[in-house]
Design a protein around this ligand. Structure first.
Ligand code: FES
Length: 101
């Protein structure tokens, strides 16, 4: 199972899923551009990703930096920061989008 990255509905990369790595690190393994400007320190808010509803329960709860950098409405509708988001287990199938389409 894997983390699959989609941009504008098109699969751009697929990488093995590791519980110990955040989704920014998964993207970086395949050189998928996320927009990160702070190197994954939870400060820039530029690495926004959107997770389909069926996959949200496979991730950690939103972190303090996410509650500071994203609105409650964004979090409730599936937006996360890649550097703050971790798979709950190894080997999960997770879809990551850079837009909510
Ligand atoms: S990389 Fe800057 S907040 Fe995630």
């Amino acid at each position: 199972m894997s983390v699959r990255f989609y941009r504008k509905g098109i699969l751009v990369s697929e990488v093995e899923c590791f519980q110990s790595l955040n989704l920014l690190a998964h993207a970086q393994m395949e050189e998928v551009e996320t927009g990160s400007e702070c190197g994954g320190h939870g400060r820039c808010g530029k690495d926004r990703i959107w997770i389909p509803e069926e996959d949200r329960k496979k991730l950690n709860a939103p972190t303090f930096p996410e509650t500071r950098l994203l609105s409650i409405e964004m979090i409730d509708s599936g937006w996360r920061l890649a550097c703050q988001t971790f798979p709950a287990l190894d080997g999960m199938q997770i879809t990551v989008k850079f837009d909510a389409d």
